[in-house]
Write a protein that binds this ligand. Structure first.
Ligand code: F6P
Length: 541
Protein backbone atom coordinates (compact mmCIF):
# COMPACT_ATOMS: atom_id res chain seq x y z
CA UNK A 1 0.00 0.00 0.00
CA UNK A 2 1.12 3.58 -0.65
CA UNK A 3 2.14 5.30 2.52
CA UNK A 4 3.21 8.89 3.01
CA UNK A 5 6.87 8.03 3.21
CA UNK A 6 6.71 5.95 0.04
CA UNK A 7 5.42 8.85 -2.06
CA UNK A 8 8.00 10.09 -4.59
CA UNK A 9 7.63 13.67 -3.38
CA UNK A 10 8.44 12.61 0.19
CA UNK A 11 11.84 11.17 -0.72
CA UNK A 12 12.52 14.12 -3.02
CA UNK A 13 11.73 16.46 -0.11
CA UNK A 14 14.03 14.46 2.17
CA UNK A 15 16.91 14.88 -0.28
CA UNK A 16 16.05 18.53 -0.80
CA UNK A 17 15.94 19.09 2.96
CA UNK A 18 19.50 17.75 3.32
CA UNK A 19 20.58 20.21 0.64
CA UNK A 20 19.04 23.34 2.09
CA UNK A 21 18.81 22.66 5.83
CA UNK A 22 21.79 24.92 6.57
CA UNK A 23 20.97 27.63 4.04
CA UNK A 24 20.52 31.06 5.58
CA UNK A 25 17.49 33.24 4.98
CA UNK A 26 19.79 36.20 5.48
CA UNK A 27 21.79 35.13 2.41
CA UNK A 28 18.70 34.52 0.34
CA UNK A 29 17.49 38.01 1.20
CA UNK A 30 20.88 39.68 0.54
CA UNK A 31 20.28 42.31 -2.19
CA UNK A 32 22.77 40.68 -4.58
CA UNK A 33 20.85 37.38 -4.34
CA UNK A 34 17.31 38.67 -4.01
CA UNK A 35 16.93 40.13 -7.48
CA UNK A 36 13.66 40.60 -9.35
CA UNK A 37 11.32 38.95 -8.86
CA UNK A 38 12.27 39.20 -5.20
CA UNK A 39 11.49 36.59 -2.58
CA UNK A 40 8.73 38.84 -1.27
CA UNK A 41 7.21 38.93 -4.75
CA UNK A 42 7.63 35.22 -5.40
CA UNK A 43 6.33 34.02 -2.07
CA UNK A 44 3.48 36.45 -1.31
CA UNK A 45 0.06 35.11 -2.27
CA UNK A 46 -3.47 36.41 -1.92
CA UNK A 47 -6.83 34.76 -1.51
CA UNK A 48 -10.20 35.38 0.11
CA UNK A 49 -9.22 39.03 0.67
CA UNK A 50 -6.13 38.10 2.70
CA UNK A 51 -2.44 38.24 1.82
CA UNK A 52 0.23 35.87 3.09
CA UNK A 53 3.93 36.63 2.91
CA UNK A 54 5.68 33.25 3.09
CA UNK A 55 9.04 34.65 2.00
CA UNK A 56 10.67 34.54 5.46
CA UNK A 57 10.27 30.76 5.50
CA UNK A 58 13.10 28.37 4.79
CA UNK A 59 11.79 27.56 1.36
CA UNK A 60 12.89 27.95 -2.23
CA UNK A 61 10.87 27.63 -5.41
CA UNK A 62 11.97 24.00 -5.47
CA UNK A 63 10.71 23.46 -1.89
CA UNK A 64 7.28 24.77 -2.73
CA UNK A 65 7.20 22.79 -5.97
CA UNK A 66 7.97 19.56 -4.13
CA UNK A 67 5.52 20.30 -1.32
CA UNK A 68 2.75 20.95 -3.83
CA UNK A 69 3.69 17.69 -5.55
CA UNK A 70 3.35 15.99 -2.15
CA UNK A 71 -0.14 17.46 -1.74
CA UNK A 72 -1.13 16.15 -5.17
CA UNK A 73 0.31 12.71 -4.54
CA UNK A 74 -1.45 12.57 -1.15
CA UNK A 75 -4.80 13.33 -2.82
CA UNK A 76 -5.52 16.75 -1.33
CA UNK A 77 -7.72 17.85 -4.23
CA UNK A 78 -9.88 14.71 -4.06
CA UNK A 79 -10.32 14.93 -0.29
CA UNK A 80 -11.18 18.62 -0.50
CA UNK A 81 -13.80 17.94 -3.17
CA UNK A 82 -15.20 15.02 -1.19
CA UNK A 83 -15.61 17.27 1.85
CA UNK A 84 -17.44 19.98 -0.10
CA UNK A 85 -19.64 17.36 -1.79
CA UNK A 86 -20.83 16.02 1.57
CA UNK A 87 -19.17 12.63 1.32
CA UNK A 88 -18.39 10.76 4.53
CA UNK A 89 -14.96 12.26 5.23
CA UNK A 90 -15.28 11.37 8.93
CA UNK A 91 -15.39 7.59 8.63
CA UNK A 92 -14.98 6.70 12.31
CA UNK A 93 -18.25 8.52 13.05
CA UNK A 94 -19.77 7.80 9.64
CA UNK A 95 -20.36 11.49 8.97
CA UNK A 96 -19.84 14.21 6.44
CA UNK A 97 -18.07 17.41 7.52
CA UNK A 98 -20.11 20.15 5.95
CA UNK A 99 -19.22 23.34 7.79
CA UNK A 100 -18.72 24.83 4.31
CA UNK A 101 -22.42 24.20 3.57
CA UNK A 102 -23.26 26.59 6.44
CA UNK A 103 -21.80 29.48 4.45
CA UNK A 104 -22.51 28.29 0.93
CA UNK A 105 -24.36 30.80 -1.28
CA UNK A 106 -25.29 28.21 -3.88
CA UNK A 107 -28.83 26.89 -3.55
CA UNK A 108 -27.57 23.49 -4.73
CA UNK A 109 -25.18 23.16 -1.80
CA UNK A 110 -25.97 20.23 0.52
CA UNK A 111 -28.68 20.94 3.12
CA UNK A 112 -29.12 24.48 1.79
CA UNK A 113 -32.83 24.74 2.63
CA UNK A 114 -32.38 23.51 6.22
CA UNK A 115 -29.39 25.79 6.76
CA UNK A 116 -31.27 28.82 5.43
CA UNK A 117 -34.36 28.07 7.51
CA UNK A 118 -32.40 27.73 10.75
CA UNK A 119 -30.46 30.92 10.06
CA UNK A 120 -33.71 32.77 9.38
CA UNK A 121 -35.04 31.54 12.74
CA UNK A 122 -31.85 32.74 14.42
CA UNK A 123 -32.15 36.14 12.74
CA UNK A 124 -35.74 36.64 13.91
CA UNK A 125 -34.78 35.75 17.45
CA UNK A 126 -31.56 37.81 17.44
CA UNK A 127 -33.46 40.85 16.12
CA UNK A 128 -36.05 40.55 18.88
CA UNK A 129 -33.35 40.40 21.54
CA UNK A 130 -31.46 43.29 19.99
CA UNK A 131 -34.47 45.58 19.55
CA UNK A 132 -35.93 44.84 22.97
CA UNK A 133 -39.02 42.99 21.71
CA UNK A 134 -37.87 39.87 23.54
CA UNK A 135 -38.14 40.54 27.24
CA UNK A 136 -37.42 38.69 30.46
CA UNK A 137 -40.15 37.51 32.82
CA UNK A 138 -40.65 40.95 34.38
CA UNK A 139 -40.92 42.67 31.01
CA UNK A 140 -37.41 44.11 31.05
CA UNK A 141 -35.37 43.95 27.85
CA UNK A 142 -32.34 41.68 27.66
CA UNK A 143 -29.06 43.40 28.54
CA UNK A 144 -26.82 40.38 29.11
CA UNK A 145 -26.34 37.20 27.14
CA UNK A 146 -24.55 34.28 28.79
CA UNK A 147 -23.30 31.59 26.41
CA UNK A 148 -22.88 28.30 28.23
CA UNK A 149 -20.84 25.78 26.27
CA UNK A 150 -17.35 24.33 26.06
CA UNK A 151 -14.80 23.49 23.37
CA UNK A 152 -16.32 24.13 19.98
CA UNK A 153 -19.51 25.37 21.63
CA UNK A 154 -17.54 28.15 23.32
CA UNK A 155 -14.20 28.94 21.71
CA UNK A 156 -15.49 29.98 18.27
CA UNK A 157 -18.30 32.30 19.40
CA UNK A 158 -16.12 33.72 22.17
CA UNK A 159 -13.27 34.45 19.78
CA UNK A 160 -15.56 36.09 17.21
CA UNK A 161 -17.61 38.15 19.69
CA UNK A 162 -14.37 39.50 21.13
CA UNK A 163 -12.89 40.16 17.68
CA UNK A 164 -15.96 42.03 16.45
CA UNK A 165 -16.54 44.03 19.62
CA UNK A 166 -16.32 47.24 17.58
CA UNK A 167 -19.37 46.14 15.59
CA UNK A 168 -21.41 44.92 18.55
CA UNK A 169 -24.45 46.63 20.01
CA UNK A 170 -23.52 48.53 23.17
CA UNK A 171 -26.92 47.61 24.63
CA UNK A 172 -26.06 43.98 25.32
CA UNK A 173 -23.03 42.49 27.01
CA UNK A 174 -22.00 38.95 26.10
CA UNK A 175 -20.43 36.53 28.57
CA UNK A 176 -18.98 33.07 28.03
CA UNK A 177 -19.02 30.34 30.64
CA UNK A 178 -17.31 27.05 29.89
CA UNK A 179 -15.40 25.63 32.84
CA UNK A 180 -17.02 23.27 35.32
CA UNK A 181 -15.02 25.18 37.92
CA UNK A 182 -17.84 27.05 39.64
CA UNK A 183 -15.69 30.16 39.64
CA UNK A 184 -16.39 30.60 35.95
CA UNK A 185 -20.17 30.83 36.24
CA UNK A 186 -20.01 32.58 39.60
CA UNK A 187 -17.82 35.37 38.25
CA UNK A 188 -19.78 35.68 35.00
CA UNK A 189 -23.04 36.18 36.89
CA UNK A 190 -21.63 38.71 39.33
CA UNK A 191 -23.42 41.99 38.77
CA UNK A 192 -25.91 40.60 36.22
CA UNK A 193 -29.61 41.16 36.79
CA UNK A 194 -31.46 37.87 36.12
CA UNK A 195 -34.47 39.82 34.86
CA UNK A 196 -32.30 41.16 32.02
CA UNK A 197 -30.29 38.04 31.31
CA UNK A 198 -30.63 35.44 28.57
CA UNK A 199 -28.81 32.10 28.77
CA UNK A 200 -27.89 30.29 25.56
CA UNK A 201 -27.00 26.70 26.33
CA UNK A 202 -24.88 25.44 23.45
CA UNK A 203 -23.99 21.79 23.19
CA UNK A 204 -24.01 19.61 20.11
CA UNK A 205 -24.64 16.51 22.23
CA UNK A 206 -26.41 18.21 25.15
CA UNK A 207 -24.76 15.70 27.45
CA UNK A 208 -21.45 17.46 28.14
CA UNK A 209 -20.68 17.44 31.85
CA UNK A 210 -19.42 21.01 32.10
CA UNK A 211 -22.21 22.54 30.06
CA UNK A 212 -25.00 20.64 31.75
CA UNK A 213 -23.61 21.43 35.21
CA UNK A 214 -23.38 25.13 34.39
CA UNK A 215 -26.82 25.14 32.73
CA UNK A 216 -28.42 23.59 35.82
CA UNK A 217 -26.72 26.07 38.15
CA UNK A 218 -27.80 28.92 35.95
CA UNK A 219 -31.39 27.65 36.03
CA UNK A 220 -31.16 27.64 39.85
CA UNK A 221 -29.84 31.20 39.71
CA UNK A 222 -32.92 32.34 37.80
CA UNK A 223 -35.31 30.44 40.05
CA UNK A 224 -33.63 31.68 43.24
CA UNK A 225 -33.98 35.24 41.95
CA UNK A 226 -37.75 34.80 41.77
CA UNK A 227 -38.27 33.61 38.21
CA UNK A 228 -41.05 30.98 38.13
CA UNK A 229 -40.19 27.67 36.45
CA UNK A 230 -42.93 28.46 33.92
CA UNK A 231 -41.16 31.72 33.01
CA UNK A 232 -37.74 30.15 32.39
CA UNK A 233 -38.54 29.95 28.67
CA UNK A 234 -38.04 33.72 28.53
CA UNK A 235 -34.47 33.33 29.76
CA UNK A 236 -33.22 30.07 28.26
CA UNK A 237 -32.61 28.98 24.70
CA UNK A 238 -30.70 25.92 23.55
CA UNK A 239 -28.52 25.10 20.55
CA UNK A 240 -27.95 21.45 19.82
CA UNK A 241 -27.99 18.56 17.37
CA UNK A 242 -29.97 16.70 20.03
CA UNK A 243 -33.21 18.74 20.44
CA UNK A 244 -34.93 15.98 22.42
CA UNK A 245 -32.36 16.36 25.23
CA UNK A 246 -32.77 20.14 25.18
CA UNK A 247 -36.49 19.80 25.66
CA UNK A 248 -35.89 17.26 28.45
CA UNK A 249 -33.73 19.86 30.17
CA UNK A 250 -36.75 22.13 30.20
CA UNK A 251 -36.15 24.47 27.29
CA UNK A 252 -39.24 25.12 25.15
CA UNK A 253 -39.07 23.38 21.74
CA UNK A 254 -39.59 26.67 19.90
CA UNK A 255 -36.51 28.02 21.69
CA UNK A 256 -34.27 25.25 20.40
CA UNK A 257 -31.94 26.12 17.52
CA UNK A 258 -30.69 23.14 15.60
CA UNK A 259 -27.32 22.17 14.31
CA UNK A 260 -26.60 18.86 12.64
CA UNK A 261 -24.31 15.89 13.17
CA UNK A 262 -22.46 16.80 9.97
CA UNK A 263 -21.13 19.95 11.67
CA UNK A 264 -18.11 19.21 13.85
CA UNK A 265 -18.03 21.07 17.20
CA UNK A 266 -14.83 22.95 16.42
CA UNK A 267 -16.17 23.87 12.96
CA UNK A 268 -19.56 25.01 14.20
CA UNK A 269 -19.47 28.75 14.83
CA UNK A 270 -21.14 29.26 11.44
CA UNK A 271 -24.24 27.39 12.62
CA UNK A 272 -26.70 28.25 15.40
CA UNK A 273 -23.70 27.80 17.70
CA UNK A 274 -22.97 31.38 16.57
CA UNK A 275 -26.25 32.70 18.01
CA UNK A 276 -24.39 34.82 20.58
CA UNK A 277 -22.38 36.33 17.71
CA UNK A 278 -25.56 37.17 15.83
CA UNK A 279 -27.12 38.79 18.88
CA UNK A 280 -23.97 40.83 19.47
CA UNK A 281 -23.37 42.09 15.92
CA UNK A 282 -26.69 41.51 14.16
CA UNK A 283 -27.68 39.18 11.37
CA UNK A 284 -26.25 41.35 8.58
CA UNK A 285 -22.76 41.19 10.10
CA UNK A 286 -23.20 37.47 10.75
CA UNK A 287 -23.93 37.09 7.04
CA UNK A 288 -20.72 39.01 6.31
CA UNK A 289 -18.80 36.57 8.50
CA UNK A 290 -20.25 33.71 6.46
CA UNK A 291 -19.51 35.55 3.22
CA UNK A 292 -15.85 35.91 4.24
CA UNK A 293 -15.59 32.21 5.00
CA UNK A 294 -17.25 31.52 1.66
CA UNK A 295 -14.66 33.74 -0.07
CA UNK A 296 -11.96 31.51 1.39
CA UNK A 297 -13.91 28.35 0.52
CA UNK A 298 -14.03 29.43 -3.11
CA UNK A 299 -10.34 30.31 -3.11
CA UNK A 300 -9.52 26.91 -1.58
CA UNK A 301 -11.61 25.09 -4.20
CA UNK A 302 -10.60 27.12 -7.21
CA UNK A 303 -7.04 28.43 -6.85
CA UNK A 304 -4.29 26.19 -8.20
CA UNK A 305 -2.46 24.45 -5.35
CA UNK A 306 0.64 26.51 -6.20
CA UNK A 307 -1.17 29.73 -5.22
CA UNK A 308 -3.65 28.36 -2.71
CA UNK A 309 -3.27 29.97 0.72
CA UNK A 310 -4.58 27.14 2.96
CA UNK A 311 -2.65 24.60 0.91
CA UNK A 312 0.62 26.52 1.08
CA UNK A 313 0.20 27.30 4.77
CA UNK A 314 -0.44 23.63 5.50
CA UNK A 315 2.48 22.43 3.43
CA UNK A 316 4.92 24.85 5.00
CA UNK A 317 3.74 23.59 8.40
CA UNK A 318 4.45 20.04 7.24
CA UNK A 319 7.88 21.11 6.01
CA UNK A 320 8.84 22.18 9.52
CA UNK A 321 7.01 19.45 11.42
CA UNK A 322 8.08 16.48 9.33
CA UNK A 323 11.43 17.52 7.91
CA UNK A 324 12.91 20.06 10.37
CA UNK A 325 11.33 18.23 13.33
CA UNK A 326 9.68 21.32 14.88
CA UNK A 327 7.55 20.38 17.86
CA UNK A 328 5.42 23.46 18.12
CA UNK A 329 4.24 26.46 16.16
CA UNK A 330 3.19 29.84 17.38
CA UNK A 331 0.33 32.08 16.27
CA UNK A 332 0.96 35.69 17.17
CA UNK A 333 -1.88 38.02 16.18
CA UNK A 334 -0.76 41.62 16.50
CA UNK A 335 -4.31 42.49 17.44
CA UNK A 336 -6.00 42.54 20.82
CA UNK A 337 -9.25 41.92 18.99
CA UNK A 338 -7.83 38.53 17.98
CA UNK A 339 -6.91 37.75 21.58
CA UNK A 340 -8.76 34.44 21.60
CA UNK A 341 -7.67 33.29 18.16
CA UNK A 342 -4.74 31.21 19.51
CA UNK A 343 -6.92 29.32 21.98
CA UNK A 344 -9.52 28.76 19.25
CA UNK A 345 -6.76 27.43 16.97
CA UNK A 346 -5.45 25.15 19.72
CA UNK A 347 -8.67 23.19 19.55
CA UNK A 348 -8.99 23.42 15.78
CA UNK A 349 -5.46 22.19 15.11
CA UNK A 350 -4.78 19.80 17.96
CA UNK A 351 -8.19 18.22 18.43
CA UNK A 352 -8.34 17.75 14.67
CA UNK A 353 -4.84 16.55 13.89
CA UNK A 354 -3.42 15.29 17.18
CA UNK A 355 -3.85 11.69 16.03
CA UNK A 356 -1.66 8.61 15.60
CA UNK A 357 -4.06 6.31 13.76
CA UNK A 358 -4.10 6.58 10.00
CA UNK A 359 -7.41 6.37 8.16
CA UNK A 360 -6.77 2.67 7.55
CA UNK A 361 -6.14 2.10 11.26
CA UNK A 362 -2.37 1.63 11.02
CA UNK A 363 -0.14 3.79 13.20
CA UNK A 364 1.61 6.74 11.60
CA UNK A 365 5.40 6.65 11.41
CA UNK A 366 5.74 10.43 11.24
CA UNK A 367 4.71 13.29 13.53
CA UNK A 368 1.27 14.86 13.10
CA UNK A 369 -0.13 18.02 14.75
CA UNK A 370 2.43 20.40 16.16
CA UNK A 371 1.70 21.96 19.54
CA UNK A 372 -0.19 25.13 18.69
CA UNK A 373 0.14 28.08 21.02
CA UNK A 374 0.13 31.85 21.03
CA UNK A 375 -0.57 35.23 22.51
CA UNK A 376 -1.24 38.59 20.94
CA UNK A 377 1.70 40.86 20.15
CA UNK A 378 3.23 42.96 21.42
CA UNK A 379 2.60 41.24 24.79
CA UNK A 380 4.38 38.05 23.75
CA UNK A 381 7.55 40.04 23.02
CA UNK A 382 7.85 40.83 26.70
CA UNK A 383 7.23 37.27 27.80
CA UNK A 384 8.43 34.37 25.64
CA UNK A 385 10.01 35.95 22.56
CA UNK A 386 13.41 35.66 24.26
CA UNK A 387 13.21 31.91 23.67
CA UNK A 388 12.07 32.36 20.08
CA UNK A 389 15.08 34.55 19.29
CA UNK A 390 17.85 32.81 21.21
CA UNK A 391 16.63 29.44 22.46
CA UNK A 392 18.04 26.34 20.76
CA UNK A 393 14.55 25.28 19.61
CA UNK A 394 13.13 26.62 16.39
CA UNK A 395 9.45 27.58 16.55
CA UNK A 396 7.84 28.55 13.23
CA UNK A 397 5.50 31.51 13.65
CA UNK A 398 2.37 32.91 11.99
CA UNK A 399 2.27 36.65 12.54
CA UNK A 400 -1.11 38.20 11.84
CA UNK A 401 -1.21 41.94 11.20
CA UNK A 402 -4.31 44.09 10.67
CA UNK A 403 -3.35 47.08 8.58
CA UNK A 404 -6.00 49.56 9.73
CA UNK A 405 -7.18 49.80 13.32
CA UNK A 406 -10.77 49.12 14.33
CA UNK A 407 -10.51 51.56 17.25
CA UNK A 408 -10.01 55.33 17.45
CA UNK A 409 -6.47 55.28 18.92
CA UNK A 410 -4.89 55.39 15.48
CA UNK A 411 -1.60 56.77 16.81
CA UNK A 412 -0.84 53.38 18.42
CA UNK A 413 -1.12 51.53 15.18
CA UNK A 414 2.21 52.31 13.53
CA UNK A 415 3.94 51.17 16.72
CA UNK A 416 1.99 47.92 16.71
CA UNK A 417 2.68 47.14 13.05
CA UNK A 418 6.32 48.21 13.35
CA UNK A 419 6.82 45.72 16.14
CA UNK A 420 5.18 42.93 14.20
CA UNK A 421 7.29 43.47 11.10
CA UNK A 422 10.48 44.10 13.11
CA UNK A 423 10.10 40.82 14.96
CA UNK A 424 9.96 38.78 11.77
CA UNK A 425 12.92 40.76 10.41
CA UNK A 426 14.95 40.18 13.58
CA UNK A 427 14.06 36.48 13.69
CA UNK A 428 15.12 36.10 10.07
CA UNK A 429 18.30 38.21 10.18
CA UNK A 430 19.60 37.40 13.62
CA UNK A 431 22.86 39.03 14.71
CA UNK A 432 26.20 37.57 13.71
CA UNK A 433 29.25 37.21 16.00
CA UNK A 434 30.92 39.97 14.08
CA UNK A 435 28.02 42.33 14.56
CA UNK A 436 27.82 41.34 18.21
CA UNK A 437 31.54 42.08 18.69
CA UNK A 438 31.07 45.58 17.32
CA UNK A 439 28.22 46.20 19.74
CA UNK A 440 30.03 44.71 22.75
CA UNK A 441 33.20 46.70 21.99
CA UNK A 442 36.72 45.74 23.06
CA UNK A 443 35.90 46.03 26.79
CA UNK A 444 33.17 43.41 26.87
CA UNK A 445 34.22 40.35 24.85
CA UNK A 446 32.42 38.06 27.33
CA UNK A 447 29.13 39.62 26.37
CA UNK A 448 29.41 38.55 22.72
CA UNK A 449 27.84 35.06 22.97
CA UNK A 450 24.91 36.51 24.89
CA UNK A 451 24.06 39.08 22.26
CA UNK A 452 24.44 36.86 19.23
CA UNK A 453 21.14 35.89 17.58
CA UNK A 454 21.23 32.80 15.39
CA UNK A 455 18.53 34.14 13.04
CA UNK A 456 17.18 31.94 10.23
CA UNK A 457 13.97 31.56 12.28
CA UNK A 458 11.02 31.05 9.96
CA UNK A 459 7.89 33.18 9.98
CA UNK A 460 4.82 33.79 7.85
CA UNK A 461 3.06 37.15 7.96
CA UNK A 462 -0.66 37.17 7.24
CA UNK A 463 -2.02 40.58 6.32
CA UNK A 464 -5.63 41.60 6.90
CA UNK A 465 -6.61 45.01 5.49
CA UNK A 466 -9.14 45.72 8.24
CA UNK A 467 -10.79 43.60 10.88
CA UNK A 468 -14.27 43.22 9.45
CA UNK A 469 -16.70 40.36 9.88
CA UNK A 470 -15.85 39.37 6.32
CA UNK A 471 -12.07 39.30 6.73
CA UNK A 472 -12.44 37.45 10.03
CA UNK A 473 -14.58 34.81 8.34
CA UNK A 474 -11.91 34.34 5.69
CA UNK A 475 -9.15 34.11 8.27
CA UNK A 476 -10.92 31.41 10.26
CA UNK A 477 -11.77 29.41 7.13
CA UNK A 478 -8.12 29.66 6.06
CA UNK A 479 -7.09 27.78 9.19
CA UNK A 480 -9.95 25.28 8.87
CA UNK A 481 -8.80 24.32 5.39
CA UNK A 482 -5.15 24.31 6.39
CA UNK A 483 -6.06 21.64 8.96
CA UNK A 484 -7.83 19.54 6.30
CA UNK A 485 -4.83 19.70 3.96
CA UNK A 486 -2.44 18.61 6.70
CA UNK A 487 -4.77 15.80 7.76
CA UNK A 488 -4.94 14.60 4.17
CA UNK A 489 -1.16 14.51 3.79
CA UNK A 490 -0.86 12.76 7.18
CA UNK A 491 -3.67 10.38 6.14
CA UNK A 492 -5.62 10.92 9.38
CA UNK A 493 -9.22 11.86 10.19
CA UNK A 494 -9.38 15.51 11.36
CA UNK A 495 -13.07 15.32 12.20
CA UNK A 496 -13.23 12.88 15.13
CA UNK A 497 -11.85 13.28 18.69
CA UNK A 498 -11.75 9.86 20.35
CA UNK A 499 -8.81 11.03 22.44
CA UNK A 500 -11.08 13.03 24.73
CA UNK A 501 -13.19 10.00 25.73
CA UNK A 502 -10.99 8.03 28.13
CA UNK A 503 -10.50 10.94 30.53
CA UNK A 504 -14.27 11.61 30.50
CA UNK A 505 -15.03 7.97 31.42
CA UNK A 506 -12.46 7.85 34.21
CA UNK A 507 -13.61 11.29 35.38
CA UNK A 508 -17.04 9.86 36.20
CA UNK A 509 -15.46 7.06 38.25
CA UNK A 510 -13.22 9.48 40.15
CA UNK A 511 -16.12 11.87 40.75
CA UNK A 512 -18.10 9.03 42.32
CA UNK A 513 -15.07 8.11 44.44
CA UNK A 514 -14.79 11.64 45.76
CA UNK A 515 -18.25 11.51 47.26
CA UNK A 516 -18.84 7.78 47.93
CA UNK A 517 -18.76 6.19 51.38
CA UNK A 518 -15.17 5.26 52.27
CA UNK A 519 -15.84 1.56 51.83
CA UNK A 520 -17.10 2.11 48.26
CA UNK A 521 -14.09 4.02 46.94
CA UNK A 522 -12.61 2.00 44.09
CA UNK A 523 -8.96 1.05 43.93
CA UNK A 524 -6.74 3.05 41.56
CA UNK A 525 -2.98 3.31 41.12
CA UNK A 526 -1.22 4.63 44.22
CA UNK A 527 -0.88 8.16 42.85
CA UNK A 528 -4.56 8.55 41.87
CA UNK A 529 -5.71 6.94 45.13
CA UNK A 530 -3.58 9.33 47.18
CA UNK A 531 -4.91 12.34 45.26
CA UNK A 532 -8.49 11.15 45.80
CA UNK A 533 -7.84 10.63 49.51
CA UNK A 534 -6.53 14.17 49.90
CA UNK A 535 -9.45 15.64 47.99
CA UNK A 536 -11.95 13.59 50.01
CA UNK A 537 -10.44 14.97 53.19
CA UNK A 538 -10.74 18.53 51.88
CA UNK A 539 -14.23 18.15 50.41
CA UNK A 540 -15.68 16.35 53.40
CA UNK A 541 -14.09 18.75 55.88
O1 F6P B 1 -14.71 16.84 24.65
C1 F6P B 1 -14.45 17.39 23.41
C2 F6P B 1 -15.68 17.89 22.75
O2 F6P B 1 -16.47 16.83 22.30
C3 F6P B 1 -15.36 18.85 21.61
O3 F6P B 1 -15.06 18.20 20.44
C4 F6P B 1 -16.59 19.67 21.56
O4 F6P B 1 -16.39 20.86 20.85
C5 F6P B 1 -16.84 19.89 23.04
O5 F6P B 1 -16.48 18.66 23.64
C6 F6P B 1 -18.25 20.26 23.39
O6 F6P B 1 -19.17 19.30 23.00
P1 F6P B 1 -20.71 19.60 22.98
O7 F6P B 1 -20.94 20.71 22.02
O8 F6P B 1 -21.37 18.33 22.57
O9 F6P B 1 -21.11 20.01 24.37
Amino acid sequence: MTTLKSLPAWSALQTHYEQIRDAQLRDWFAPQNDTAPTRAERFTFTGGGLAADFSKNRITDETLGLLVQLAREAGVEARRDAMFAGEVVNPTEGRAALHTALRAMDANAPFHAAVKAERAKMAVFADKVRNGAWTGHTGKRIRHVVNIGIGGSDLGPKMVVHALHHLATPDISTHFVSNVDGADLHRALEGLNPEETLAIVVSKTFTTLETMTNARSMRDWFVESGCAESDLAKHFVGVSANPAEVVKFGIARENVFEMWDWVGGRYSLWSAVGLSIMIAVGSAQFDELLAGANDMDRHFREAPLERNLPVLQALIGIWYRNFFGSQSYLVAPYSEALHYLPSYLQQLEMESNGKSARLDGATVDYPTSAVTWGEPGTNGQHAFFQMLHQGPTIVPIDFIAVLTPEHPLASHHAKLLANCFAQSEALMLGRTVEEARKIAGPDKPDLVPHIVFPGNRPTTTLLVDALTARSLGALIALYEHKVLVQATVWNINPFDQWGVELGKILGKVVEADLTAAAADVKPHDSSTSALIARARAALNG
